[in-house]
Write a protein that binds this ligand. Sequence first.
Ligand SMILES: C[S@@+](CC[C@H](N)C(=O)[O-])C[C@H]1O[C@@H](n2cnc3c(N)ncnc32)[C@H](O)[C@@H]1O
Length: 315
Amino acid sequence: MPKKNQTDTKVSSTKHIPVMKAEVLDYIRPKLGQSYLDLTAGYGGHAEAVLNLTNSPNKAVLVDRDDQAVAVLKDRFAEVGAKIIHQDFLKATQYLTSEGMHFDMILADLGLSSPHLEEADRGFSIKKPAVLDMRMDRRQELTAQVIVNTWPEEKLATIIRDYGQEPKARRIAQRIVRNRPIDTTDKLAAIISPIWPGRSKIHPASRTFQALRIVVNDEIGQLEQTLQQLPDLMAPGGRLVIISFHSLEDRLVKRFISEQSSEGYDTQLRALTKKPLTPSRNEIVFNPRARSAKLRAVVKIKTKKKGLSVKLNVY
Ligand SMILES: C[S@@+](CC[C@H](N)C(=O)[O-])C[C@H]1O[C@@H](n2cnc3c(N)ncnc32)[C@H](O)[C@@H]1O
């Protein structure tokens, strides 16, 4: 596929290594001329692999809520005819549904990109001192700094417990409130660290950082509501692949697939993965960020037509 020179973009597409690329292609099975919706197109690694096989970039819609990712996507794919949407995937899918669009392949590779973690000014990383930001979409007002400095202790404890799965959420919330104002990642990490003394595999503040980024970006709400839109956006025989990176997301995806594919429900989807696929050892060695990935895939086997159900045989 023709590509423009990328030297003028701020972040190079090579900064994010697409996770489980071979498995994505295996399950999404791109064919010449097919349409593709990438809900989290990021730096375009998966999109490029898919579009190289479909050779139909004019039937591709690439969504991301991050301005840096969108700049790279525009640079790489706009010229060859792909539609690029700078929006969260809930609003994007609502729009595409209202336009009556259907896709042969849909991919959601959830979570953060490598530049989110590597670029200090994004404020996602415990290891990089920065202002507590954590917004994927920098047009929105809510930042981690706002939550940490203004939310009541009780509410902080709840989100740290529920979204960070942190057993010491109450004590952490108490320390946060006592140490306000907290403007930076390193200050927050230092405030939390004494709560988990001694050596541990993960940083003592990891679970709190996870909770904050989930809330700042409404990750659970976005996924829960978007999943409900996806069956209508899938063409008959269309395939959907979702890669998640934490158990809260995977639980939602698992429940969605099991509901949509169970008898008695208005069955539309069939699971292609009984259990989630995980990356190979080799991939994890090469790209440690892949280590928590879980991939699930489904195919649309039934389509509703004016109250009439048509069952398709799809293998
Ligand atoms: C793991 S990266 C995807 C990388 C991409 N598959 C690639 O090959 O470069 C996740 C991307 O999804 C975006 N993202 C996460 N949640 C989103 C949402 N709710 N709506 C739109 N984009 C989202 C992030 O900004 C990030 O760029």
